[in-house]
Design a protein around this ligand. Structure first.
Ligand code: ADP
Ligand code: ADP
Length: 225
């Protein structure tokens, strides 16, 4: 868990200034949604925080540390994508444990953590199955388990629900909200869906043409009574 702070962050692609000097301070444990029309810079900003896109200017801090030049893996944050690539030949337990593979963990400790996380995500009865034997919603939860097991300092979600049908979207929204209530991990969530932003986020950041247009609680931003 950690504070994330952006100071005058910019991004320039060859011919486009995609992000124009963004200042934003995200509190430890806060759930922040980035919203705005297609092309406003949501993904670019998220990818710079994840370390998947180079930062052109400004400072990015996670905790007390400036992380501009750290590799994604060194930032200790988890990015959850909309298409969750699970390993089809591995069991659900192995898929979740895979999140730890590079970390040289103790076997018994790994087993315990897989069980703990499976319980949290209501996957305990499915640990011996393969991904192909699970529903879409269950597979999404496995993908989240693989991220959670590393105990990241923050979660970054890039439109995680946009490919799901309406029922599944509601289920996953509830799961994500439950998890945040349990783990209190700092979260940034990119979406173009106002309902998702309103129901999930403590604070909403509305982006427009690479700048922050508005920041506030869902009530402040969407003018609800
Ligand atoms: P959003 O996620 O809000 O839809 P993006 O962050 O994808 O917006 O894009 C912001 C701007 O940067 C857009 O003008 C887009 O065309 C441009 N852009 C994004 N990625 C690249 C890239 N790899 N090369 C050049 N321009 C890019
Ligand atoms: P969810 O509520 O997560 O969307 P479903 O209602 O789709 O789950 O699935 C209900 C049950 O059916 C689950 O216990 C799941 O394991 C099982 N199931 C779903 N798809 C398959 C499949 N392709 N093969 C075997 N079992 C499946």
């Amino acid at each position: 868990m950690a504070v994330i702070s952006l100071e005058k962050i910019t991004k320039r692609y060859e011919h486009i200034q995609a992000i124009h000097g963004i200042d934003l301070h995200i509190e430890d444990g806060e759930f922040v949604a980035f919203v705005g029309p297609s092309g406003c810079g949501k993904s670019t900003l998220l990818r710079m925080i994840a370390g998947l896109e180079e930062i052109s200017g400004g400072l990015l801090r996670i905790g007390d540390e400036v992380v501009n030049h750290l590799e994604p893996s060194e930032r200790e944050i988890a990015m959850v994508f909309q298409d969750y690539a699970l390993y089809p030949h591995m069991t659900i337990a192995e898929n979740i444990a895979f999140g730890l593979k590079m970390k040289n963990n103790d076997r018994e400790d790994t087993r315990q953590r897989v069980e703990e996380i499976a319980k949290m995500l209501q996957l305990s009865h499915l640990l011996a199955r393969k991904p192909g034997q699970l529903s879409g919603g269950q597979r999404q939860r496995v993908a989240m388990g693989r991220a959670i097991i590393r105990r990241p300092r923050a979660f970054l979600f890039d439109e995680p629900l946009s490919n799901l049908d309406a029922k599944l979207r509601v289920d996953m929204r509830i799961q994500i909200k439950r998890l945040h209530a349990l783990l209190k991990t700092t979260t940034i969530y990119v979406t173009h869906d106002q309902v998702e932003a309103m129901t999930l986020a403590d604070r909403v950041v509305i982006l427009r043409e690479g700048r922050i247009e508005q920041v506030g609680t869902p009530m402040e931003v969407y003018n609800h009574p």
